[in-house]
Write a protein that binds this ligand. Sequence first.
Ligand code: ADP
Ligand code: ADP
Length: 229
Amino acid sequence: MIEAVDLHRTYTLGDSDVGALRGVSLAVGAGDYVAVTGPSGSGKSTLMHVLGALDRPTAGIVRIAGRDVNTLNDAELAELRNATIGFVFQSFALLARTSAVDNVAMPLLYRGMRKSVRRKLAEEALGRVGLGHRLDHRPNQLSGGEQQRVAIARALVGQPTVVFADEPTGNLDTRNGDEVMKLLGELNASGVAIVLVTHEPDIAAHAARQITIRDGRIAYDSAAPGEAA
Ligand code: ADP
Ligand code: ADP
């Protein structure tokens, strides 16, 4: 469903280049649950951005739902991303002046649905994460755990095939972190692939497949031939 072949991503800082990804190949299939771990600066976030079509590779191929992102212009790429991928970030990334239900409805804006339909789907998504009673609250009226659940509702409202979660528990206490991991587990059980980026082994342990990245390369992939699962 998402396939990467010999990915490179180089950032240019002044007159020096930083090779954040240096030859990464992997495939994420339907319904997979993959944890990507590795030290700070190893390239985890860059990999998530490139696989999730928020960013383009400097070299190599990314195919999302069979489409090579190199052949798509920015508008086509945004449309493909919107149709297939949901994102959850450490810092929640909610619109501060916007109600929970309107935050959740955002990914539906460009799908040609009536406002009433968007609202109904957003209400259902908030119900799924246990926030059916917080529809009209703004982010600053919600706890951190509740804000992340709003973000999960926003990630799932468009019925994505894959959700990328970058350190989704990083700003949460243990209880709220557990709740978020439970919701991601339920989402995966419903058939959605999850790619979880984390530096916490306890969090990574929720995933069926473990990938370790080091210095911009895959150092270990439990699904690779020859590796013990
Ligand atoms: P991780 O998520 O594992 O901490 P990142 O993907 O954020 O790693 O970063 C990988 C490398 O790329 C690091 O050396 C980082 O400093 C560098 N990097 C990340 N984003 C940028 C950027 N926007 N500009 C320049 N360098 C960056
Ligand atoms: P942090 O790791 O500092 O908490 P986030 O995980 O929220 O930050 O975001 C990581 C990166 O993803 C940032 O560089 C940010 O620009 C980008 N980002 C955050 N939210 C979105 C979004 N909704 N759409 C696109 N990019 C985003």
